[in-house]
Design a protein around this ligand. Structure first.
Ligand code: GAP
Length: 591
């Protein structure tokens, strides 16, 4: 199970919305299938110039809110990590999807998707493979590629990680990370130091993740290489609370497990109500749902096509105790764009057990206290000869095991993991004891709440939700109503005509605006109406035209994309006016 929910079907919706965006995306440089000249490769897309600019804007705005404004740290880990990381994280064992191969044409399909696409069943992912095989047979499902009957084909498990070798030979297998998160978890001991061991603290990362999806589909929705913006919020479950009052009054469109089972209606609750009524169990999840809501709107998600849906028990990833997804509606389907998961101490516990290192934080008490504590004092004269070079690591692992699980020392032999191997140590050589000690603090293994944003799915949502058609001057027009703050280009600069001093002046204005930090496209080709249409289609919110009045009076025309209204602005005020319009500090109709 990948933990990625399949889109829950919504009523109606039009496929053509998706087709229109695919066509526009290619023609206008948002995204296109990779290596098209060689027939393309499934599940890989290349962002063109405007797509890259839009994606960068979404990532920058995410960074601003989730890193800078929350006082969190950001890291940048490698995309390839050694096998030990994914043994510990559980991905090697459990990160599987159900695969079914058509024996007629050899095409492979995601078995649970076949069932969900052809029946009313929405949670096939949570069923055992044998049951899914029965459903395929029972519903006479045919191969989407060749039409042959799939009844009787076995349903297997397929691990989604891309495997590689680190260095020559096969001695050091590595995997392309299926989530950016593990690059953060494995560095936790160091990150806690950087945070001066003060919980709570958050660590974020924006970067690529890779999943060898069985059936990539719907453009950027299900691909094999994609960007995630993830935040790991580390906190002490006993004492740390989020700053809930900052978002307490935000109204959340919630689709809880209960509502999914009962009536299928959304329920609007404020963050405070959702926590007080127990609809959202984790205050940290509630905080991030509240914080994120206006951010989605700010990047251009249509909030009438948005909801927070709680995972059904069978959908939860192997590491999650609870999870709420932000979902957007695209072409009649609900698509998960973000998972807000309660990962508890799963990851830090696993990495502690597998590495033998401490993945806890030392919390200082106000005053020292006397308590009973399990301790070990391993007999190295026994461990050395028995375990050789691993003895030191085993001693550390024993100390960690005694702290986390003292009952393990009730047996004659205690098993610990060290350096990736499992060792059995006779208890009599561990020096295990319960001692009364005066302590100045305690080791706490933090819990983690993780908002994990899929950048590509957000970019795709923004494009689909921004698409508009209308009529201007009796001509049909297509435009993207993306918010100025994230638009690929903020301003198009045109000379009214390609003659006299107009182009030189326009180029000079464009240069000045670029110097002022604005993203500018200069265009002098074709009729002015066509130039406006080009910019409308890529979502440029403002166009500046240099005409003969400019030469006389040093004013330019500024045209707003959505209303097509125009005002004259002095050239000297232009950069500042456009910057304020982009940043939402002023409205166009106030000019
Ligand atoms: N670290 C948690 C995690 O990776 P996830 O729900 O599997 O959780 C997080 O993925 C987000 O990554 C999803 O909400 C989705 O937006 C994006 N995502 C996951 N698989 C994807 C795929 N194959 N193609 C595009 N985006 C994907």
């Amino acid at each position: 199970m990948t933990g990625e929910s399949d889109p829950v079907r919504a009523d109606g919706g039009s496929e053509s919305e998706v087709d229109r965006i695919a066509e526009l995306a290619k023609r206008r440089g948002f995204f296109t299938q990779t290596a098209d000249v060689y027939g393309g490769v499934g599940g890989f897309y290349t962002y063109g110039p405007h797509g890259t600019a839009l994606k960068d804007s979404v990532e920058e705005s995410w960074r601003d809110l989730f890193i800078t404004r929350q006082g969190n740290m950001e890291v940048d880990a490698p995309t390839i990590l050694p096998e030990a990381v994914f043994e510990a994280s559980g991905h090697l064992e459990i990160f599987d999807d159900m695969i079914l191969e058509c024996s007629e044409c050899g095409a492979t399909h995601r078995a649970d998707h076949l069932v969900e696409d052809t029946t009313d069943i929405e949670e096939a992912e949570s069923l055992p493979p044998e049951e899914v095989a029965e459903l395929v047979a029972g519903h006479d499902i045919g191969c989407p590629t060749c039409g042959a009957a799939l009844a009787g084909e076995p349903v297997g498990e397929f691990n989604l990680m891309f495997e590689t070798n680190i260095g020559p030979g096969t001695a050091a297998p590595g995997y392309l990370r299926p989530e950016t998160a593990q690059g953060i978890f494995v560095e936790f001991p160091q990150l806690a130091e950087y945070a001066r061991n003060q919980l709570p603290f958050g660590v974020g990362q924006v970067g690529r993740a890779y999943r060898n999806e069985i059936s990539p589909r719907k453009a950027l929705v299900r691909v094999r290489e994609f960007s995630q913006a993830e935040l790991e919020q580390f906190y002490d479950p006993e004492t740390d609370e989020p700053p809930l009052s900052r978002v307490a009054d935000v109204g959340l469109p919630l689709y809880s497990v209960e509502q999914q089972r009962e009536n299928g209606d959304l329920r609007e609750l404020t963050v405070r109500e959702a926590v007080d009524n127990g609809v959202i169990e984790s205050e940290w999840i509630a905080y991030y749902l509240g914080l994120s809501l206006s951010w989605y709107e700010s990047i251009g998600v249509d909030m009438d096509r948005f909801r927070y849906r709680q995972h059904l028990p069978g959908e939860l990833s192997h590491y999650a105790a609870d999870c709420w997804d932000a979902e957007t509606e695209i072409g009649g389907d609900w698509v998960e764009v973000t998972g807000f998961a309660d990962r508890g101490s799963y990851d830090l516990d696993r990495h502690a057990a597998h590495s033998g290192e401490s993945f806890s934080v030392f919390k200082q008490y106000d005053d020292p206290v006397t308590v009973e504590r399990p301790t070990v004092d391993p007999e190295m004269s026994e461990l050395g000869p028995a375990f050789g070079g691993a003895a030191e690591a085993i001693a550390d692992a024993l100390a960690e095991r005694a702290r986390r699980d003292p009952d393990a020392f009730d047996e004659e032999v205690v098993t610990v993991e060290a350096n990736g191997d499992s060792y059995e140590v006779p208890v009599e050589h561990t020096g295990f004891a319960i001692e009364e000690v005066t302590e100045s603090g305690e080791h706490v293994t933090p819990h983690v709440v993780e908002p994990s944003f899929g950048v590509g799915r957000l970019v795709y949502t923004v494009l689909v939700h921004a698409y508009r058609e209308d009529e201007v001057d009796s001509e049909s027009r297509r435009y993207l109503a993306v918010p100025p703050a994230v638009a690929p280009t903020t301003v198009g600069v045109f000379p009214l005509m390609d003659r006299d001093e107009l182009p030189d002046y326009a180029r000079e204005v464009a240069g000045r605006l670029r110097e002022a930090g604005l993203s500018v496209t200069y265009d002098e080709t074709g009729a002015i109406g066509r130039r406006y249409r080009r910019q409308d289609e890529i979502g440029t919110p403002f166009c500046v035209t240099i005409d003969y009045d400019t030469l006389e009076a040093d004013t330019v025309t500024v045209r707003e994309r959505d209303s097509t209204a125009q005002v004259r602005v002095p050239v000297g005020d232009l950069a500042d006016t456009l910057r304020r319009l982009r940043d939402g500090d002023t409205e166009f109709d106030q000019l």
